[in-house]
Design a protein around this ligand. Sequence first.
Ligand code: ATP
Ligand code: MG
Length: 607
Amino acid sequence: MKLVDKPVKAKKGDTASPKAVEEDASNKVSQGRAELIKKFPVRANLENYEQEYATFNWDDAKKEISYFAGGKMNAAYNAVDRHLHDGRRNKVALYSVDVNNKIEKLTFQDIAEQSNKMGNALKKLGAHRGDRVFVFLPRVPELYTTTVAIAKIGAIAGPLFSAFGPDALRDRLIDSEAKIIITNPALKPKLDAIRGQLPDLEYVIVVGGDKEKMGEREFTYEELVSGESDKLECARMDPEDPLYLLYTSGTTGKPKGVVHVHHDIIGHHMTSKWVLDLRDDDTYWCTADPGWVTGTVYGIFGPWSLGASVVSYEGRFDADSWYSLIDRLKVTVWYTAPTALRMLMKAGDDVVYKHSLDSVRHILSVGEPLNPEVVRWGQKVYGLPIHDNWWQTETGMQLIANLPCNAIKPGSMGKPLPGVYAAVVDEDGEEVEPGKLGKLVVRPGWPAMLREVWRNEEKFNEYFKISGWYFSGDNAWKDEDGYFWFVGRADDVINTAGHRVGPFEVESALIEHPSVTEAGVIGKPDKERGEIIKAFIVLGNGVVQTDELLEDIKEFTKRQLAAHAYPREIEVKESLPKTRSGKIMRRLLKAWELGLPTGDTSSLEDD
Ligand code: ATP
Ligand code: MG
């Protein structure tokens, strides 16, 4: 079957260029910002997209990376040790802010020495190249130094999100045959609960652990590293040797163990330069936890490869705390996610105006579709456009992005990066015309592409089964200007009375209604129409649910979209089911609606 429907709503020319920022200077914050931008225009690292896209190739980018003799390399050397010789030795690499807002500063030299000590300790324990060493820690300095240490000795780093429960932990540790895990006393009970089911796990290392309470094959981090040398030669790795193993978010099914290699660092480096637009004087905050690919790639390797100062915040989300942190550390580049931005929007404009935020010069978002409403709101209150970009655990780096040098069309993910050929194709792998819905695919060849699904060749091959494309599993369309527009996961597209409708556009229209703060949309089987659109919504604080209100929301959506694309059923919920990384799990809404089994829920957030 060909995918031929035109998208319901395509707003051409709907841009949020810096000019649009000025025109929208309807409040004091954006006015101040617009004046600043005029006064101190910042040149982007990538200034001419068309030219770079036409001429760039990945071999040229290798000169930005350090290699050892014989073409060997180590991503951790690039991220940390090389800064000991390029003038950044005493520069702050990490501002680690704990739950009590206490700030610890670590220079590149501190990170290098601490990771060397830990690397030496791990080697003594018998960690070899290729062994899986997992890190199950909150965002404390040891999370960063240990991850770097694992990479330095050539073992495979396995980041785990600290909010994982025992089931999520067990699935990942069993699947990967993890040999060593590093955790802390608060998280260890979750590991203890499943320890008997992990025959491959040899050692547990506890950061801040009590020596008296350590069991068999358990050590405190402190006793292991004390007395270790702070000198260590990074292992000379083949560029194709594994660097890290990370499980996907589990939004559409059981998480897949994706293997990435040292060579990825080229992609981390170039995209941090182009998309994050990082420079030496930046203080950069990536709000994602390293338990997710964004936190590993753009919270550790990418920004450090460029020698940027990274902020890590252990605390939870809270609008006031987040803005205070930005002001306190004078964050200049801020990388976050739609779910956080929607929560900030819900927290309101007043809390924004209580803070200055004038250090921020670049805002980015990833992980889910970024609703146009959020882009417009961001522009109003922050006086800056929010730059959406698209990638996946499997792609290992950003592939499609709203670059600082290109105008933004709110709701679009932007354009493919130089060196990346992305397309929209039909089921046979044939490219479709602009404006037509299809499958989002990429030509293999970018440096950070997944190399393996851990011990699952069949799953790996599924990504590449048609015409040599990498199939992302997402549906999208491309406009005449080459911008890509996300429609939904391939499985989420709704077929109603012969029309194909993406959940994202319906959700975006719903949240434009002043009473709606969040929306998740599914197709519900219907005798007459094949499927009807059903929306689950969360109402704003203090909004009372009435039949009139729901009718009004339906009418509002119908006006925004088209008669066939409005939700015939709306159900109000207290909250929507989300992964721990904050993505709406539509498959759960659907399973609940239809009374079907819920499948793998190990990624579901439970608080
Ligand atoms: P799983 O593969 O286990 O179902 P997941 O796909 O959510 O989980 P990730 O690799 O963390 O796991 O997320 C990648 C997906 O997130 C993309 O395939 C896409 O659906 C979504 N995504 C990421 N960035 C964007 C974006 N800018 N716009 C729309 N969707 C995005
Ligand atoms: Mg996925």
